[in-house]
Write a protein that binds this ligand. Structure first.
Ligand code: KPL
Length: 333
């Protein structure tokens, strides 16, 4: 049985920590601030679930700069250890990679659940490439407080190995590869048993890019217009703009040889309908005066496109507007 370290106590962090703890897995929740750590240790975490009583559980809680709870007093932890990274792209730094590395034992893997692209390269400054698994989830959760979240929609979680597209990163040996395969299968089985519909993919990059291209349309537009996801579908002129954004992104993927499923436009419309009442994460960031994930979403897409000599005009226009909103937020303190 694996042991789980969930890094980040946002909506997804609370969701994964709560369900894994309730599923009988040894789970540790890692947070940044001491005050938050103390509150979580005293109150536990509460997960609201539609039609069911709220779930209140007490995982171990540590600060990111403290040693791993599972390794305390143990010379070497032989069991499988999954570090599930639920923090935002803006929190993925070389310092975080170093902290995570110090928490890893011989059987630890880092499972990244971030939006956008570029985080694996930053993490690989300290974490071996073969120990990074990428994941995409459509589970929906809403944070209520520092200790509580609601599970607002059951989704699917896909995971697979990170395949670096640069020779800067060392290739994974055959032994490591087969160990990784077993580890992934075990992860999928355990997440399923904790209540997450989970699938494995050897081409997780495609899934990540599909999500990237959809986020690169929905997130900036909802943030700029201050509307919920469903409202994007209410003006036909806006849909033309959405189509242009998607088409520009699809050209980048095609030039990089990334396979996308056909009907991505329909999928985009479906995401808007299914999450109609949600405020996108980018809109929430703007409303809360936080930095957004624009760099990891539209910013990285623009950089990749321009490196390939592609015209990225439409993405650049939304990128600039979101940057202006961020700037206005920081000027207003
Ligand atoms: O992933 C999302 C986000 O807000 O970041 C979408 C799919 C747009 C749902 O809100």
């Amino acid at each position: 049985m694996g042991r789980y370290t969930i890094v980040g106590a946002g909506a997804l962090g609370i969701l994964f920590a709560a369900k894994l703890t309730a599923g009988g897995y040894r789970t540790e929740l890692v947070v940044r601030r001491e005050e938050q750590r103390q509150r979580l240790a005293q109150e536990g975490i509460t997960l609201g679930r539609e039609g069911e009583a709220p779930l209140r559980v007490f995982p171990d809680v540590t600060r990111i700069d403290e040693p791993d709870a599972g390794s305390r007093g143990v010379a070497e932890a032989p069991e499988l250890h999954y570090i599930v990274l639920t923090v935002k792209q803006t929190d993925i730094t070389v310092q975080l990679a170093e902290n995570l590395r110090s928490r890893m034992g011989p059987m630890s893997w880092v499972v990244c659940l971030q939006n956008g692209i570029g985080h694996a390269e930053t993490l690989a400054t300290h974490i071996p490439a073969g120990r990074l698994l990428l994941a995409v989830t459509t589970e929906a959760a809403l944070k209520r407080s520092d200790t509580a979240a609601d599970h607002t929609g059951q989704g699917e979680t896909w995971a697979g190995p990170w395949t670096p597209d640069s020779s800067r990163f060392q290739d994974v040996s055959g032994t490591e590869r087969s160990l990784r395969e077993k580890t992934q299968k075990n992860l999928a089985k355990e997440l399923e048993s904790a209540g997450f519909r989970t699938f494995l993919s050897n081409d997780i990059t495609s899934r990540i890019w599909q999500k990237l291209l959809i986020n690169a349309v929905v997130n900036p537009l909802t943030a700029i217009l201050h509307v919920r996801n469903g409202e994007l579908l209410q003006t036909s002129g806006l849909q033309d703009y959405m189509r242009d954004l998607l088409a520009e992104g699809e050209k980048v993927a095609a030039a990089l040889g990334i396979q996308l499923e056909s009907g991505l436009w329909e999928r985009l419309l479906q995401v808007c309908r299914l999450t109609a009442t949600n405020r996108s994460s980018m809109l929430q960031d703007i409303l809360a005066g936080r930095r957004t994930e624009i760099e990891a979403i539209n910013g990285s897409l623009i950089r990749k496109g321009e490196d390939l000599g592609l015209d990225m005009t439409v993405h650049k226009s939304v990128y600039r507007l979101v940057k202006a909103l961020e700037e206005r937020n920081s000027a207003n303190g």
